[in-house]
Design a protein around this ligand. Sequence first.
Ligand SMILES: Cc1cc2nc3c(=O)[nH]c(=O)nc-3n(C[C@H](O)[C@H](O)[C@H](O)COP(=O)(O)OP(=O)(O)OC[C@H]3O[C@@H](n4cnc5c(N)ncnc54)[C@H](O)[C@@H]3O)c2cc1C
Length: 393
Amino acid sequence: MTVEKYDSIIIGAGAAGLMCAYTASVRGKKILLIDHSNKLAEKIRISGGGRCNFTNIFSEPKSYISANPNFCISALTNYTPHHFTGLLDKHHITYHEKTLGQLFCDNSAEDIIKLLDHLCNINNVIRKMPVKVLNINKMPRGFELTTNNIGIVQAETLVIATGGLSIPQIGATGFGYNIARDFGLNIIKTEPALVPLALDPIQLEYFSPLSGSSFYSQTKIDKMSFLENTLITHRGLSGPAILQISSYYNPGANLQIDMLPAMNITQQVNENRKSNKLLSNFLALFFSERIANSLCKILKLDKQLSQLSNKEILHINELIHNFIVTPSGTLGYKKAEVTRGGVDTHELSSKTLESRKIDGLFFIGEVVDVTGWLGGYNFQWAWASAHAAGNNL
Ligand SMILES: Cc1cc2nc3c(=O)[nH]c(=O)nc-3n(C[C@H](O)[C@H](O)[C@H](O)COP(=O)(O)OP(=O)(O)OC[C@H]3O[C@@H](n4cnc5c(N)ncnc54)[C@H](O)[C@@H]3O)c2cc1C
């Protein structure tokens, strides 16, 4: 049997795998890019509501969660959002900022997939998919992979770009973590992140009638907080403020919600202390009618403002500015945008993403223990880590 030889094999043709293949192929490397799926870069395709929030102009290390918070600095500094937008500009792909530095394609996420695919093609990247890797064998110099349908392939370097566990429905697997373990690398415990939070049946009794309602909020766990919208769903809480804080959630943690972060409700009530308005009508000035009525139900209170006691105002203030929820968990990997945790960064070089233990073995993208906030940060990590590795294969 003939054995095909490459400079490098990249497993996983998602955001990081494509960028890495392109970067290395421009340097003249002979690259084989394989994926077990028959669809290219499905996560890019479905991201950002089909328009791919491909970066965030405010990307900086503090927007990433990792057991080793400084690890991402090198890659992010050497490949910035500006580099990626420069690539899009050069190929006439137009985009816009939606909010908070989040850049989206004007047209479609397909534009980015097509561009990366095209850049790989013109630089002679050999892409084969669907291909299943059955075995990886470390040779004295390089790696030998046994596959289900392209035989045995060899390369001096091997890049694992197989992403995290979120959305198994479209091909996410724990493959990258298993390979890392097989080679003796440590894994930081994985958890669903950027994920809706579930509520128990008792809490849902209050919340589910409000399903579909949203409000501007500050969500807080310990010292971390986010100012964005919270959305109430039939299973619990979602919306950007919840997805963001979910990446800091651990089972049993309390979630603190300020439902009116831009205002002081005590001051508002006090300024209207002589009013005959019912509390529910007053609260409806700040919230939807449904939410205002529900708040009164939780408070077991609906009287005229003029009749409120100081103690009752204190309760109103506490409920609105310091609403404590104890989620029963998350909605899991099926609904999570990303996976927190992954290949321990202490095992990798921050400059090249190469394993410190195993020569020639690289891990890039979401499989690594670097998880970005919501808003384009995760793709920026995929591009940046892939670029760092691609330049060092
Ligand atoms: C619904 C959704 C929306 C998102 N929106 C955004 C957004 O707008 N902005 C943002 O920054 N991030 C977003 N993300 C996160 C972002 O998609 C990921 O962080 C990013 O795709 C990670 O890139 P990656 O290349 O590391 O992994 P992936 O893009 O997941 O690619 C991994 C590839 O490996 C392949 N693979 C897996 N297992 C195997 C195996 N055993 N053998 C061979 N191949 C394998 C997969 O088929 C896949 O093609 C979103 C995620 C989801 C789920």
